[in-house]
Design a protein around this ligand. Structure first.
Ligand SMILES: [Zn+2]
Length: 371
């Protein structure tokens, strides 16, 4: 709990101050699927994540820039964090080595749909995010999987730190040329399952200096549990005033766990993907408000297609205060899914996002109370 208390409670961005912790939904391709930007605001979303790699492919960073940046393009006024795209590129290349090559200073990648060659360098990844108009820019990192051997992890850490230095230099150069306020720059800590490498990577990145740090690599063990120990090493090794971003976390219980370790920025496609697949979250009766204990069960999943909901005219979650539950019943939302109407996915997505906003609100309350 010490780590949690000492971490910053707010993140100052050029588009306003974000109270921490915060959950950012993944608007991967400049949209949270089935929802528009006013929908996001209506359930209390304050900031979101877009993916540089996907936007580079469609519609292209130049088009987004011509539109006036990603905010104008998608009609969103709040802060936007952009992924570097490294995670996607490295996952694709590691799954299929024919898809591209990772070199000391660049990643060469064949665009799957067109076969076009794309070269990503640390500088280019920063330039792309400036073209998008992102408020929180991420460094390019060499993303490994926890099962890769130690030699591979060492190489990845060496590249990640070297690339982070180049990203820092490119960012500073571009920021000096901006007319308005500068975005923030975050770096990503690699090192696989090695405590030594994780600590070393964190310390090397901290020495370069960044506005925040992310946990890099897949954060979930094969048994579905959170790699909390590894996440803890990084939190220990980084300056206490640095906000920590738990990239890809995640499940509601994982968010609570990672928050206790000092992580305060979360983004994950899970709630909206689950929503589209008829999995709706609900706080358990008696757990609708108040403290959230690490390791305790506080929510359930409503599988809305279950027959038992066909005649259930109650809301998905009686404690939910969003339109999905104040206006519509389980039976109606189930019906919309059954007839495959797109409204079902929209209402379900709004519901699951509202659940996350409420979850985060509860973590904020606990934090405020501990002051
Ligand atoms: Zn709801």
């Amino acid at each position: 709990m010490q780590a949690e208390r000492s971490r910053p409670r707010a993140l100052e961005t050029r588009r306003g101050t974000l109270e921490l912790p915060i959950f950012l939904p993944d608007a991967t391709r400049a949209v949270v699927r089935t929802l528009d930007s006013s929908d996001l605001t209506s359930v209390g979303i304050e900031a979101l994540v877009v993916n540089s790699f996907h936007l580079l492919r469609t519609p292209g960073a130049r088009l987004v820039k011509a539109a006036g940046g990603v905010h104008r393009f998608m009609g969103w006024d709040g802060p936007v964090l952009s992924d570097s795209g490294g995670f996607q590129v490295f996952s694709l290349i590691r799954q299929n080595p024919a898809a591209g090559t990772i070199r000391a200073n660049e990643v060469i990648f064949k665009e799957p749909s067109t076969g076009e060659k794309v070269v990503l360098t640390p500088e280019k990844v920063i330039q792309l995010q400036f073209q998008l108009g992102s408020d929180i820019v991420m460094c390019l990192d060499d993303c490994t999987s926890a099962e890769d051997d130690l030699a591979e992890q060492e190489r990845a850490v060496e590249r990640t730190v070297r690339w982070a230095k180049r990203c820092r230099a490119e960012f500073d150069k571009l920021a000096r040329g901006l007319r308005g306020a500068s975005p923030l720059l975050f770096a990503v800590v690699q090192g696989g399952a090695s405590e030594t490498l994780r600590r070393q990577c964190a310390a090397d990145l901290a020495a370069i200096g960044f506005d925040g740090f992310g946990y890099g690599g897949w954060p979930i063990a094969p048994d579905g549990s959170l790699l909390a120990e590894l996440m803890g090493y990084i939190a220990d090794a980084l300056p206490a005033n640095a906000p920590l971003h738990a990239l890809g976390v995640g499940r509601p219980d994982h968010v609570v766990r990672a928050h206790a370790l000092g992580y305060t920025i979360f983004d994950c496609a899970l709630p909206t993907r689950d929503a589209r697949q008829q999995r709706l979250y609900s706080f358990l009766p008696g757990h609708e408000e108040g403290a959230l204990e690490v390791g305790s069960k506080f929510h359930d999943v409503v599988y809305i297609l279950d027959q038992k909901y066909a005649n259930d005219f109650g809301p998905i979650d009686p404690s939910c205060d969003a339109i999905c539950c104040t206006r519509y019943s389980r039976a109606y939302i189930r019906h919309l899914f059954k007839i495959k109407d797109v409204t079902a996915q929209r209402l379900a997505s709004l519901h699951n996002l509202r659940f996350y906003v409420r979850l985060i609100d509860r973590l904020r309350l606990i934090q405020r109370a501990s002051t």
